[in-house]
Design a protein around this ligand. Structure first.
Ligand code: SF4
Length: 318
């Protein structure tokens, strides 16, 4: 990444020349590319609606995708999109001016979902679930109008982890926001290319690039107490054991249905002693053992299977 500033797309110009920033940028780009490849997100010729809220994560998302596209590593067309939801004090001119200046193709849409949320949500409750649903519906509509195949969101590794723990503690299920899913109507992908990127890296990247970050508290909603508690818990674990978040995320990518307890994912009833000695038994050190072959999974059932995000409580920053 030794390109001179003038060669770069305008969005990527003006980056700090420090070694620290160069490492950060490389990491963000590498992890974004890794997620796009791992989850098969990009089909040649697709058009992506890249959601830009003006928060740090969405700027990092856009910059990473623009850089990959510019390097010829992402064969899709990008359309940045900001949905102005009518929150009081939202600086409506900031994003259009920024996107113009950076020559990023974009669409700005105004929909006053804020008034609907204020009217419908009882006093004292957080707005996020309804707000996210209304936003998502509008983004799907815009994607269809623009001939896009995917809605691309700026959720990062830590959003995914927090949602996992919210579901574990309060939802009674092991589930989170997946890096890729298909919407309920089956006509759009929802992608999260920052799935492998740490929140701290998004923040450092967007701040170092001096992007005009719009505060996320304009809506007047406090983030849900449960999410705050999970964040605090993960922060504390990370403080005590640096790297803990990375390990936990690796676990989400390394699931052993035979060592959980969901009979719809694994044919426990069909396990026979002696058929495959030790096949389902954990060996010392936590390894499943050389030659371990997972018995066949049961076909997934309609039961509770959802193509949409399982976590309504997630305050989605798109
Ligand atoms: S925090 Fe975000 S999702 Fe929640 S109400 Fe405000 S704008 Fe909507």
């Amino acid at each position: 990444m030794s390109d001179t500033d003038a060669e770069l797309p305008p969005l990527l110009r003006g980056a700090p020349g420090t070694t620290e920033f160069r490492k950060l940028r490389k990491r963000v780009i590498r992890e974004t590319r890794e997620a796009i490849e791992t989850y098969g997100m990009a089909a040649k010729g697709d058009r992506w609606l890249v959601c830009l809220s003006g928060g740090k994560d969405s700027y990092t998302l856009l910059a990473a995708l623009v850089e990959l596209q510019w390097r010829g590593l992402l064969p899709v067309e990008l359309l940045a999109c900001n949905l102005d939801q009518g929150q009081p004090g939202f600086p409506a001119t900031v994003l259009p001016a920024f996107l113009e200046r950076c020559q990023v193709p974009h669409r700005i849409e105004f929909r006053d979902t804020y008034s609907i949320v204020k009217e419908k949500v009882p006093a004292g409750r957080t707005y996020c679930a309804l707000c996210s649903r209304l936003r998502r519906g509008n983004l799907y509509r815009i994607a269809r109008e623009e001939g896009c195949q995917a809605v691309v969101l700026g959720h990062h590794r830590d959003d995914i982890l927090e949602t996992f723990f919210l579901n574990l503690f309060h939802g009674g299920r092991l589930a989170t926001m997946p890096p890729k899913l298909i919407n309920e109507d089956g006509d759009l992908s929802v992608l999260r290319p920052l799935a492998h990127v740490a929140e701290q890296d998004c923040e450092r990247f967007a701040r170092a690039m001096n992007y005009p970050i719009i505060p996320c508290d304009l809506c007047g909603s406090q983030e849900g107490l449960q999410r705050q508690q999970v964040k605090a818990m993960l922060d504390e674990w990370e403080r005590r054991s640096p790297g803990r978040r990375a390990v936990m995320f690796r676990a989400l990518c390394n699931v052993r249905p035979s060592h959980l307890a969901d009979p719809t994912l694994f044919d426990f009833a069909g396990l026979m002693a002696g058929a495959e000695a030790g096949a389902a038994e954990g060996l010392p050190g936590g390894a499943l053992g050389e030659g371990y072959q997972a018995p066949p999974r049961l076909p997934s059932r309609a039961r509770g299977q959802t193509l949409e995000d399982p976590a309504d409580q997630a305050a989605e920053q798109v």
